[in-house]
Design a protein around this ligand. Structure first.
Ligand code: PXP
Length: 237
């Protein structure tokens, strides 16, 4: 199972002080050097973390695969066509949410999604649909012309009881297996961390890649603090 790194929260930190640091593009390069197979960023309507300029810099410099997460809006379609990421992941977006809370309502949105995915394909941009692990949604995603599905692991990541975890892993496996049978690339993400990734690895035969943001950036801040403090003390002395 390979790792794609979401750099949104490097931008969250930068924006909190309206400074230039830390820079998500630099974080992306370091993640690539460490072995990430892709870089993910979510350009939200409110630009709360990644901004348009970040996306341009990332597009110019990411050497692996740039995955642009976005809502299916006219504005985002225009930006995607202009910047040409390697992949667009369509996600639901609500202004008041802290993070992407659920999967795309592919059933209700199917009439709007079909031409959207087609337009991206016309510009040679493959689409991934961020969906709940539900076989009907997997089938529909394939019918709509998606090249990838990203299975939402939010439910999985919140479970604590072993039997519930096993049940959820089975549900994810069923959808992932069907996705592969239908010729889709199958990836997954949301809420994965250094603990729940261990049982999750049992799906490595059906899920190619995981997309992780918060847990990685949180750990980077903590494991980096020792070095950061030592560097400052050395300068002070
Ligand atoms: N995949 C998608 C589609 C997302 O929206 C997010 C959150 O931005 C992630 C993966 C990463 O989730 P987390 O930050 O919890 O690792």
């Amino acid at each position: 199972m390979q790792l794609a790194v979401n750099v949104d929260h490097i931008a969250t930190l930068r924006n909190a002080r309206k400074e230039q640091e830390p820079d998500p593009t630099t974080a992306a390069h370091l993640a690539e050097l460490a072995g990430a197979v892709g870089i993910v960023c979510h350009l939200r309507e409110d630009r709360r973390h990644i901004r348009d300029h970040d996306l341009l810099l990332l597009r110019e410099t990411v050497k692996t695969k740039l995955d642009l997460e976005m809502a299916a809006t006219e504005e985002m379609l225009r930006i995607a066509i202009q910047t040409k990421p390697d992949l667009v992941t369509l996600v639901p977006e609500r202004r008041e949410e802290l993070t992407t809370e659920g999967g795309l309502d592919v059933k209700t949105m199917r009439a709007a999604l079909a031409p959207f995915i087609e337009e991206l394909a016309r510009h040679e941009i493959p689409t991934s649909l961020f969906i709940e692990a539900d076989t009907d949604l997997v089938r529909l995603s394939a019918e709509l012309g998606a090249a990838y599905i990203e299975l939402h692991t939010g439910t999985y990541s919140r479970l604590r009881k072993p039997d519930e975890i096993q049940f959820e892993l089975m549900r994810l496996r069923k959808s992932a297996t069907l996705g592969r049978e239908l010729g889709l690339h199958v990836v997954a993400g949301h809420g994965l961390n250094y603990i729940n990734i261990i049982p999750f690895k049992s799906l490595s035969d059906v899920i190619e890649e995981v997309s992780i943001g918060h847990a990685l950036i949180a750990r980077a801040a903590l494991v980096g603090i020792d070095r950061a403090v030592r560097d400052m003390i050395q300068l002070l002395n």
